[in-house]
Ligand binder design. Structure first.
Ligand code: UD1
Ligand code: UDP
Length: 359
């Protein structure tokens, strides 16, 4: 079997790496193609998993537009797929890389497997453009690997045939368990921040860039000022995010602004945090494994399992709603229990299903 794994951003590497490495360890002739939609942040993650792509399409440009990413990936991926002629291509999640690679595979009649299929926020514009990307990828895919039963139900409601859908869990749990077994979280964290008590924050969503991101930051600033708490904030490399962050909280000493950190470092920060505020998808799935409460700083989530399991709340993005959510989060005490998104065996299940071995 010749599977081809295509990825381009930080979260795709984290979630594709365990599956790719599982295939490699079984002796399969797996090929890794990096679009490098993210340059530095993708490379950082490849190092963590000791992964070296067979092809690097190097598409990222400063402040890139969505259409320009599609155009560059389309043009540079096709010759690779024609040359390698894989039996199946794997894409993950809902990025522009994932959507474009799925379309490219579909055009060339190569079966597409979608890791993390079936997530839906129900609002085509939130997250933007990810909600459209994930719907389009699901329609084009032969194998739909969903993290949860709810994601499977979403697909069935859209009329997708049941025989294409497999509930396998989310490979992010495979990734984080691999990392947890590798390092001592406390000593790792101590090298990064000398703080016992802090909130961990990440923000990057395109649809929040502008007033929404500003009001989220103001709500957090208001809260931490009153309770005398610090926020550790690895700031995404997107220049539009950085501009807002610098303007809003660049001079606020309670915000510890740092560069994006590698996955080992990020999980050690998550492990030590009081709770987490984020608009990230992946962080919502990781926090339960560390018993951390999540304030989802967005209008919608495609991961309602988090909230239903009592691990988080959807705060919206106004200053007032963020402030109230932080008060609620700081009163919440969680302990580590089962992660609703996976059990660490997702890669093995995906391997067996695509090999026709069942699960
Ligand atoms: C992308 C994904 C989003 C995912 C996020 C993960 C799409 C449409 N969006 O959004 O789903 O949640 O990645 O972080 O695919 N940049 C760098 N270096 C890097 C990475 C980014 O300089 O390593 C800068 C570049 O100027 C780039 C900009 O950030 O143009 C935006 O990157 P892009 O991939 O277009 O969008 P994200 O918001 O990161
Ligand atoms: N992450 C990381 N370093 C950081 C910030 C995040 O390793 O400085 C990891 C985090 O653990 C999660 C993933 O990056 O697995 C989330 O990426 P991002 O928020 O960029 O994308 P999303 O999940 O929203 O698509």
């Amino acid at each position: 079997m010749k599977p081809c794994f295509i990825f381009g951003t930080r979260p795709e590497v984290i979630k594709v790496a365990p599956v790719y490495l599982y295939f490699k360890n079984q002796g399969e002739n797996a090929i890794a193609v990096a679009t490098a939609q993210h340059r530095e942040m993708m490379d950082m993650m490849l190092q963590v998993f000791d992964m070296e792509p067979d092809y690097d399409l190097n598409v990222m440009t400063h402040n890139q537009s969505l259409n320009s990413i599609v155009a560059r990936v389309m043009e540079r991926l096709e010759p690779v797929l024609l040359k390698e002629s894989p039996d199946i291509i794997f894409v993950q999640g809902d990025t522009t890389t994932a959507f474009t690679a799925a379309l490219c595979g579909f055009h060339l009649s190569i079966p597409v497997a979608h890791i993390e299929a079936g997530l839906r926020s129900g609002d085509l514009y939130d997250p933007f453009p990810e909600e459209l990307n994930r719907r389009l990828i699901d329609v084009a895919s032969k194998y739909l690997f969903t993290p949860t039963k709810r994601a499977k139900e979403n697909l069935l409601k859209e009329g997708i045939e049941e025989k294409r859908i497999f509930v396998v869990g989310n490979s992010v749990v495979d990734a984080l368990e691999y990392v947890k077994s590798k390092i001592d979280m406390n000593s790792y964290r101590e090298r990064l921040v000398a703080l016992d008590d802090y909130i961990l924050l990440t923000l990057h969503r395109r649809e929040n860039i502008g007033e929404k991101m500003r009001s989220v930051l103001r709500g957090i600033a208001q809260f931490i000022d009153e309770v005398d708490l610090r926020v550790v904030f690895p700031v995404h490399k997107n220049p539009r995010v950085r501009e807002i962050v610098n303007q809003e909280v660049g001079n606020n000493p309670r915000f510890i602004l740092i560069e994006p950190v590698d996955y080992l470092q990020f999980l050690s920060l998550l492990d030590g945090a009081r709770f987490v505020v984020t608009d990230s998808g992946g962080v919502q799935e990781e926090a339960p494994s560390f018993g951390k409460f999540v304030v989802v700083a967005r209008q919608t989530t495609e991961r309602p399992e988090l909230i239903e399991a009592g691990f988080g709340l959807l705060s919206g993005t106004s200053q007032e709603s963020i402030y109230k959510a932080l008060i609620e989060a700081s009163q919440n005490r969680l302990c580590i229990s089962e992660n609703p998104f996976g059990d660490g065996k997702t890669s093995e299940r995906i391997y067996k299903i695509t090999r026709g071995e069942g699960i």
